[in-house]
Design a protein around this ligand. Structure first.
Ligand SMILES: [Zn+2]
Length: 305
């Protein structure tokens, strides 16, 4: 299963130096800005951090910017609706409050106006006033998925411009006030380009990893399908390999079990590389990162207290 991905992830983890394990920042609200229904629950991150934020009392909302019409084997309209429903169900598993869908056309987001998408994100930021935003890393190596690139760029612009009173001043008439997002946790796929440069690790509990795995499998339109289970079992049989834990399971249950193994493996592997039992890694951007002198002064003065 996913042999090419396994090799990419394994080589990335081997090369990685341990990252600092960070505590969550202070706050109570987070937003997850993603192009696709499943970006927050996939193996490369976010589902575990979402579960941890919720466990520590935060409230979060998820944005699906595209319509996901091409994600799945059904017609465009059916894929759109099924993927949205599965995204809402996965959000509930993780404990999120709700899902927004902007329904921009899947894989055609390069052609949509960046300024329009950016304003949509600014409206959500000014409405929810998040302390943390999660999303794709716009500064990561090139990601072959056009929707990932587009939403990442809009996120980078919206999260600071939303704090400027003279950006979309017309929002004031709608009762929205400027709000700059103080902390970002960003991810990129290891296998859609030349990797991701993370700067922090976030430890997770076994229960948080378990919920991430369940949320992942909730996206049945694209993951853990009976056809995938049947194909892998057939391949094992052809190679004379046995996996007794799969004996007697239906093709669908076998697919779920294999995905559970993968999520547990990757979460343990990232944890072991960074001094925790389970972990995810991120490129974290915090307020004052662009003012290192002030940041250093604040860190020292906080320590003295
Ligand atoms: Zn995606």
């Amino acid at each position: 299963m996913k042999r090419w991905l396994f090799l990419a992830v394994a080589s990335f983890l081997q090369a990685a130096e341990p990252l600092p394990l960070v505590e969550l920042p202070k706050g109570q609200t987070f937003l997850v800005f993603q192009p696709h229904h499943d970006d927050h629950t996939t193996d490369y991150g976010m589902g575990g951090l979402i579960a941890r934020l919720v466990d520590e009392g935060w409230k979060g909302w998820f944005l699906r910017a595209s319509n996901d019409e091409k994600d799945g084997a059904a017609s465009y309209g059916v894929n759109d609706q099924v993927n949205l429903r599965e995204s809402q169900a996965a959000g509930k598993v993780l404990g999120m409050e709700g899902v927004y869908s902007m329904s921009w056309r899947n894989d055609y987001m390069d052609s949509i106006p960046l300024l329009e998408l950016r304003e949509q994100l600014i409206v959500l930021i000014r409405k929810h006033r998040p302390d943390v935003v999660l999303g794709h890393d716009p500064w990561a190596h090139y990601d072959r998925n056009p929707d990932h690139r587009k939403v990442a760029r809009a996120l980078a612009e919206a999260t600071w411009m939303s704090g400027l009173a003279n950006v979309h001043p017309e929002h004031v008439a709608l009762g929205l006030r400027p709000h700059r997002v103080p902390v970002l946790f960003l991810k990129a796929r290891w296998d859609y380009g030349r990797g991701h440069e993370a700067n922090v690790a976030v430890s997770l509990t076994a229960e948080q990893v378990r919920r991430k795995a369940i949320a992942y499998q909730t996206h049945r339109n694209v993951y853990a399908s009976p056809a995938m289970g049947a194909s892998i079992c057939k391949q094992l049989e052809a190679e004379g390999l046995t996996a007794t834990e799969l004996d007697g399971l239906s093709d669908g249950d076998a697919a779920v079990r294999i995905e559970e193994w993968y999520m547990d493996w990757i979460s343990r592997k990232v944890g072991a590389a960074n001094g925790a039992k389970y972990a995810e890694i991120y490129y974290r951007v915090a307020e004052f990162d662009h003012l290192p002198g002030l940041k250093s002064y604040l860190e020292k003065s906080q320590l003295k207290k």
